[in-house]
Design a protein around this ligand. Structure first.
Ligand code: COI
Length: 358
């Protein structure tokens, strides 16, 4: 196994690290350094380095600006009570990153190099990992196409970067249930498209409906499938789960749904706790019928940024539906407590879920 030879250039102007009492808004402040590596055809991924966090200099013709050949990932580092710095299932993010790369014609990064890069930059910035409850160091790896060229084809050159941001809750609501707008005009993705890849393109496709939902006083959008506009796919930038008559149900991965790491973890935990778990198609109609019959017990979103985000009420057209009593459900709460407990090293999770940065 060849390891990356990472060159380090330290900043001469370190920024103040937020104090434990300072509020941390998601994704607004960045640490002192970033990881960078370049790709050149014929040479592969080269010149791995940790350098001061700074603006990039790119040609205005760089392909990423024109055709959006870009991928990203999101994972978090946590500080446990014992001071250890822990990553949550980073191998899953790395595998998904290469799946995205394959889909959008970006050269893959060897898994062990990717892991080494994450560990190296987090170790360098370990003092930035916050320890207050509900906080973490968000890790954002991403790759951009840098060829100065206006023809449509895969780039021959890329930049891979990892930036870090100390964060608090993603949604201002925190664990309070959010109001969701069921979107039947715009769609996020279609099977055969980019939906199951973590590409910026999926997120730009979601903006218009998000703005519409906000204008209506709703926090997030519930996405329906792009063909029949009947079946539920995701909520906001998260996967979605339902508990109906004691069964946990989540839309099956069908090519247009992102395979979330928190989604996978929730499925595995619920199965281990003895819940029947179904990955299948769920229509909006089924949801409304269950709510009417009183069998829709809980709805929650899962994602790295928010971990678990309970849904309190949904609206489709003029019909408004309340989930349970509108508060956080007991399974949603148990999942939140367990997943965050494992992430912080307070609860022992399944083998390999937590990776220490030493
Ligand atoms: C996540 O749930 O982690 C996301 O995908 C949100 C991210 C785009 C900020």
């Amino acid at each position: 196994m060849t390891l990356l030879n990472i060159r380090v250039e330290k900043t001469e102007t370190p920024k103040p690290i937020p104090g434990e009492e300072d509020p941390l808004v998601f994704g607004t402040i960045f640490t002192d350094h970033m990881f960078v590596m370049d790709y050149e055809e014929g040479k592969g991924w080269i010149d791995a380095r940790i350098v001061p966090y700074a603006p990039l200099s790119l040609e205005p013709s760089a392909m990423v600006f024109h055709y959006g050949q870009e991928m990203f990932e999101g994972l978090k580092a946590y500080k446990g009570k014992d001071g250890r710095i822990l990553l949550f299932r980073p191998d899953e993010n790395i595998k998904r990153a290469n799946h995205t790369n394959e889909r959008i014609c970006i050269p893959e990064i060897p898994e062990e190099d990717f892991m080494q890069a994450i560990k190296a930059i987090v170790k360098m910035e370990r003092l930035w990992v916050p320890s207050r409850e509900g906080t973490s160091l968000y890790i954002r790896p991403f790759i951009i196409a840098t060829d100065p060229f206006l023809g449509v084809r895969p780039s021959h050159t890329y930049k891979f970067l990892i930036i870090l941001s100390p964060v608090g809750a993603y949604y201002p609501e925190g664990l309070n249930p959010v109001k969701i707008w069921i979107e039947d005009e715009y769609v996020r993705a279609v099977r055969g498209g980019l939906g199951e890849a973590k590409a910026g393109a999926n997120y730009v496709a979601s903006l218009k409906a998000q703005v519409k939902a906000h204008e209506e006083g709703y926090s997030q959008v519930l996405w329906l499938d792009g063909v029949e506009r009947k079946y539920i796919e995701e909520v906001g930038a998260m996967n979605i789960f339902f508990k109906m008559k004691g069964t946990v149900i989540t839309p099956a991965l069908n090519g247009s749904i992102l395979p979330g790491v928190t989604r996978k973890s929730c499925i595995e935990l619920c199965k281990a706790w003895g819940y029947p778990v179904e990955e299948r198609k769920v229509s909006a109609e089924e949801l409304f019928c269950a709510a009417k019959e009183g069998t829709l017990e809980e709805v929650w979103g899962t994602g790295t940024a928010a971990v678990i985000s309970p849904v309190g009420h949904l609206r489709k057209g003029d019909v408004v539906l309340q989930v349970g009593d509108g508060g956080i459900g007991s399974l949603s709460q148990k999942l939140y407590d367990t997943v965050t407990g494992i992430q912080l090293g307070k609860i022992k999770g399944p083998e390999g879920w937590v990776v220490e940065v030493e």
